[in-house]
Ligand binder design. Sequence first.
Ligand SMILES: Cc1cc2nc3c(=O)[nH]c(=O)nc-3n(C[C@H](O)[C@H](O)[C@H](O)COP(=O)(O)OP(=O)(O)OC[C@H]3O[C@@H](n4cnc5c(N)ncnc54)[C@H](O)[C@@H]3O)c2cc1C
Length: 464
Amino acid sequence: VRKGFIRKLNGIVGADHVSRHVEDLICYSYDGTPYRAHPEVVVHPGSTAEVAELLATAAEAGVKVVARGAGTGLSGGSVPLEGGMVLHLDRMNRLRRLDPLEMLAVVEPGMTNWDLRQAAEGQGLFYPPDPGSTKVCTLGGNVAENAGGPHGVKYGVTGDYVIGLEGVLASGMTFRTGGETRRNVTGYDLTSLLVGSEGTLAVITEITLKLLPKPPARLTALLAFEKPVDAGAAVTAISGRGIIPAALEIMDGITIDCVERYRPGHLPRDAAAVLLIEVDGEAESVRHELQRAVKAGEACGGRLVRSARTPEEAEELWESRRSISPALGRIAPTRIGEDISVPRTRVPEMLERIQKISIKHDLIIAVFGHAGDGNLHPNILTDARDPEKMGRTEAAINEIFAAALEMGGTLSGEHGIGKAKSRFMEGSLPAETLALMKGIKDVFDPGGILNPGKIFPSGGAGPG
Ligand SMILES: Cc1cc2nc3c(=O)[nH]c(=O)nc-3n(C[C@H](O)[C@H](O)[C@H](O)COP(=O)(O)OP(=O)(O)OC[C@H]3O[C@@H](n4cnc5c(N)ncnc54)[C@H](O)[C@@H]3O)c2cc1C
């Protein structure tokens, strides 16, 4: 980028909110994946008007723009592959409105998922989408990735709560979609189109979210299994009995071992897999529902190892779940976290396939995830410095994806395509569907300014 361009940016947001220091550029060169690329400049806008001016200026100069939340993404989404400008939305982090009567919140995109969930709880309300990164990830990032979380099995994912958006196009034009009503079928559903668009269509500057009443009671239990496949069978058995838990999470033996090394004393080290089950609702019904879920699990070989009696005990179990990522991150120099999704009845089969693939390629693959939704995260613990091992890693990833697609599954249940999975898009979607998606990208961003190199195999739509 040229000096004159930087001067314009300084004029829009103030020089304090523009950085070209190499230390900053390094901090904005990565997310939760091994992808790395430095931006040329990082800008922190404070308002929608500033975002609009920044985008118009970038479009005029042909500078690429990557919106960034907290950089916790797991598909390379916020890595500025073609340099240019990173638009960090950290200053736009306010809760604009929390309306208990309408049961909705209007937030800025840089607000964290956790802060909204806490603010909602303070009013007796509940915002269910709860990615494992809840304490740091932003709602803008959640919308852009259509993030899920453990509560997805009963409550759905981010997109199920977004009813209105404000965004800015690459051209600098500000627009609104949806609104504050729960029902809205006026024209095309652009709100849903923007959810999961990974920063490739527009920069989201305001989000209107539905909230629910906070369930009065919640119970959590931990079941241990001698074989991962039995835990998979228990998932099917629980839903087969008509029970929809608030969360139904799986961790395999490798994951348990890593978490216990990181945060000892909360999980059964001798188990080959555990299921973390949460039920919520009225106090009278949750006890009964948990009993039924545990019985279904026991019928598949499960053993009840813990039943949290207090919210603090339940939080202990959830903290173990949330520490999986840092725990796995300590085991090997490189961790590649995948995100396949299969029909939930195929979970046992998928677990077996992953185990076979790990033996075949002599790799450590830890598996955990939102089993109740069929969304599994096989994490390959590998070493990017070792080309031979990376060759085996690549082969294993290809086989995992192929197995998921063969079972009627998808490449990504919640982390998005980004850079990490773009090369698999052609194999996983019909050519007509992919062409429609590229056409949509061209309408929103004809110059290919926003987040180039993401989603589409050839590095994005737009010219060329
Ligand atoms: C420990 C850990 C646990 C995780 N657990 C889960 C989980 O359970 N479920 C899940 O779904 N994900 C999970 N993730 C992945 C990640 O946290 C989510 O994808 C999250 O939504 C990313 O939010 P972010 O603020 O970090 O966004 P970033 O990583 O900064 O960006 C992600 C994408 O969103 C775009 N973007 C960000 N803000 C905007 C905006 N305002 N407008 C337009 N585009 C924007 C970026 O360009 C990028 O493409 C986890 C990650 C970690 C590290």
